[in-house]
Design a binder for this molecule. Structure first.
Ligand SMILES: NC(=O)c1ccc[n+]([C@@H]2O[C@H](COP(=O)([O-])OP(=O)(O)OC[C@H]3O[C@@H](n4cnc5c(N)ncnc54)[C@H](O)[C@@H]3O)[C@@H](O)[C@H]2O)c1
Length: 361
């Protein structure tokens, strides 16, 4: 969190809630001070942080800024005083206009399936680090034969082009992956360094090949597997449940797929923590609070939103076939985070509550 000039502060957008204040935050490199400063900046206030942090501010290139996670990663990086350049396939930033820093942050249009464009863009920007959030994320549509070439081009080839470009400028790279690289059998939580991959669906297959492209190209990489993602900027299960609940008294939700959800706002903090280090390798990262089912997540979402909707628990088989098979055991063991000195994410119930308030669902 570096001190900013008057000109830099003038670029910080005014949050929709209005009144701006200027706050001097001591201990801004510690957990509480950092969260306070980040929240102030997110609301459009001025936070002048003081404290010590190893290393200099970095230039971070973030793909997929028009999606859920990229939006929050850029905000988090800027909130700490890093220089963040967001990128996506749209001509201009296409995410929510929520008044946060990402809306006016530097943005570059880039189709990651265009190898020459990826190389030229990254060579020109010369980031210290790349956080690669862009992906084809429509899991069922990925099964359609007519989409498979595109899914592969984005999730595998695009990821490889980014890894090659990172290598050519010696940048660190952080790639987001998924629990879907595993087959979901048994009840044992998956370890970050497990190698018995066996994806059940095409999306999972391409995310795995993306992992292999990163690990086969780079030494300075982080591969972070996440699951059941929800964020302000995009579609997700919680938003769908809340919308359905507005017109239905009861919903059927599967109760035999077990995992933990991930709030992008919380994850973004961890990802920027990671990229500031050289603790490369494989990690699992979701919110804490124990393993749950989709039905548990639906119930908690209704409770947090103050909605009276009955959740009827069904098995995946009872729910009916979806195009893509999904793993029953999505338990991701996250203990490596603490072992490596990273702060884990907050409890998932707390995350759901904050998300529903923030997204005004
Ligand atoms: N959403 C989940 O439940 C989930 C679960 C596990 C892992 N992940 C992984 O986490 C990461 C972030 O997920 P998210 O939910 O924020 O995704 P998202 O779908 O919200 O955003 C993905 C972004 O990638 C962009 N994109 C797609 N094709 C592109 C191309 N050719 N060139 C440039 N940009 C392109 C899209 O425009 C979009 O803005 C992804 O790598 C995803 O695979 C997501």
């Amino acid at each position: 969190m570096r001190e900013r000039s008057k000109e830099q502060w003038d670029k910080v957008p005014v949050h929709r809630q209005g009144i701006e204040i200027r706050v001097f935050v001591t201990g801004a490199t510690g957990q509480l001070g950092y969260d306070c400063a980040r929240e102030l900046i997110r609301r459009g206030h001025e936070a002048i942080g003081s404290g010590s942090r190893a290393g200099d501010d970095m230039k971070i290139f973030v793909t997929g800024v028009g999606g859920q996670l990229g939006h929050d990663v850029v905000n988090d990086a800027i909130g700490r005083g890093h220089e963040a350049v967001g990128s996506d396939i749209a001509e201009h930033y296409s995410g929510v206009s929520d008044g946060s820093a990402v809306v006016t942050a530097p943005y570059v249009q880039l189709d990651i399936t265009d190898r020459a464009a990826v190389a030229a863009t990254i060579e020109k920007i010369k980031p210290d680090a790349i956080i690669h959030c862009a992906a084809w994320t429509a899991v069922d549509a990925a099964e359609d034969e007519e989409n498979k070439a595109k899914v592969h081009a984005i999730n595998v080839d695009g990821t490889r082009y980014i890894a090659e470009a990172a290598k050519s400028i010696d940048a660190k790279m952080l790639y987001l992956s998924t629990d879907y690289v595993f087959d979901g059998k048994g009840e044992r939580p998956w370890q970050p360094d497990d190698k018995n991959y066996a994806p059940l669906n095409y999306y999972g297959q391409t995310k795995l090949e993306g992992e292999l492209a990163v690990s086969g190209t780079l030494d300075k990489f982080f591969i972070v597997r996440i699951a059941w993602v929800f964020g302000l900027n995009g579609k997700n299960f919680i938003k769908t449940m809340i919308n359905v609940g507005k017109t239905h008294d009861a919903v059927r939700v599967v109760d035999d797929q077990i995992g933990t959800p991930t709030y992008t706002f919380d994850l973004a903090r961890l990802l920027v923590d990671m990229i500031e280090t050289e603790k490369y390798g494989y990690y699992h990262a979701t919110n804490e609070g124990g393993y749950i089912s989709w039905a548990d997540l639906a119930e908690e979402s209704y409770r947090a939103a103050g909605m009276n909707v009955k959740v009827n628990r069904v098995t995946t088989a009872e729910y009916g076939l979806s195009k893509a098979a999904r793993p029953e055991n999505s338990r991701l063991d996250k203990s490596k985070l603490v072992g490596c000195g990273f702060t884990p994410l907050p409890d998932w119930k707390d995350a759901v509550k904050r998300y529903i308030a923030e997204a005004q669902l």
